[in-house]
Design a protein around this ligand. Structure first.
Ligand code: OGA
Ligand code: MN
Length: 291
């Protein structure tokens, strides 16, 4: 089967056809996938992959690099396959459901950690009849659209990310804080494969290091608003069997939650580790950022 591809949207993304992930992928086809993913700024869709098993999902993503075992989010990972993050609204065995709250703000995966995600691979198993869409925004394009003066300023800043999940129990919140202390990340990161700069922002960024939250807020808000304008965004309407791959070093994404919560939405994610980035902040900065 010949591999074919076409743009997924104006801003970013590629849709690839002619690859069946339930069968071995040749080195040549794999190289093509890698190349078009980079060329289209870090978003790639492969539809019709319902035949792929969880093991094949893991094995395919592992070809791109070392997999994360999701130690930062233990409640959401699969018990027997720690490489698999359960992104669904099914009740958990303990009777609590957390997965449905994943990604309901603009973010880059694992930004509040010292080893933020490189690539994420999200596989749709069951999707609601309507909605449950996800948006993606191109952070190379968003950075490059800023003025040289603003770009120069942003290169000097780091943003303090705090992992937070609305609606979880106070006990879990405490454990979450222990597992995920606030981390400062450079606001502009250089993509290791291309040398291009990308904005590195998210709605869990609370302040710039060395500034107060209220001093930081206006610029943080501006950057999110700027970077998520329709011209930088692709909106994905899921079909079961979709595998969507994104590069967290040059995109951010948002689960829209635009679906009936009594309908099942079941996805599984694997995550390739990115390079080490950022640093733990001082107790004073952590206190400020989380207050
Ligand atoms: C994720 C995520 C969004 C969604 O899996 O990292 O943010 O729409 N998912 O499920
Ligand atoms: Mn995510």
């Amino acid at each position: 089967m010949a591999v074919e591809w076409k743009p997924l949207s104006y801003s970013l993304g590629v849709e690839v056809r002619g690859v069946d992930l339930s069968r071995p992928v040749t080195d040549e086809d794999f190289a093509t996938l890698r190349r078009v993913l980079i060329e289209r700024d870090g978003l790639m869709l492969l539809r019709g992959q319902s035949g792929m098993t969880r093991e094949q999902h893991i094995a395919f993503s592992r070809r791109f690099g070392e997999l994360d075992t999701h130690d930062a989010v233990p409640l959401d990972r699969d018990r027997t396959h720690p490489e698999v993050l359960l992104v669904d609204n099914l009740p958990r065995p303990e009777g609590q459901s957390y997965g449905k709250m994943i990604g309901h703000e603009w973010h880059s995966d694992l930004a509040p950690s010292l080893r933020p995600a490189g690539l994420s691979f999200l596989r749709a198993i069951r999707v609601p009849p309507v909605g449950g869409d996800t948006q993606f925004a191109n952070m190379h394009a968003a950075f490059e659209a800023l003025s040289p003066g603003m770009q120069a300023l942003l290169r000097t800043l780091s943003a303090v990310f705090v992992r937070g999940r609305k609606g979880v129990t106070p006990e879990w919140e405490k454990e979450n804080r222990r597992l995920n202390p606030p981390v400062a990340q450079p606001l502009v990161r250089v993509h290791p494969d291309t040398g291009r700069e990308a904005l590195y922002i998210g709605e869990s960024a609370r302040a710039f290091e060395g500034m107060t939250p209220s001093e930081s807020r206006p610029l943080l808000d501006f950057l999110i608003r700027h970077a998520t304008q329709p011209r930088f965004v692709y909106r994905h309407r899921w079909q079961s069997g979709d595998l969507l791959v994104w590069d967290n070093r040059c995109t951010i994404h948002l689960a829209l939650g635009d679906y009936d919560p009594t309908e099942v939405r079941q996805m599984e994610r694997t995550t390739v580790k990115g390079h080490p980035s950022g640093h733990l902040v001082s107790p004073e900065v952590a206190e400020l950022a989380t207050s």
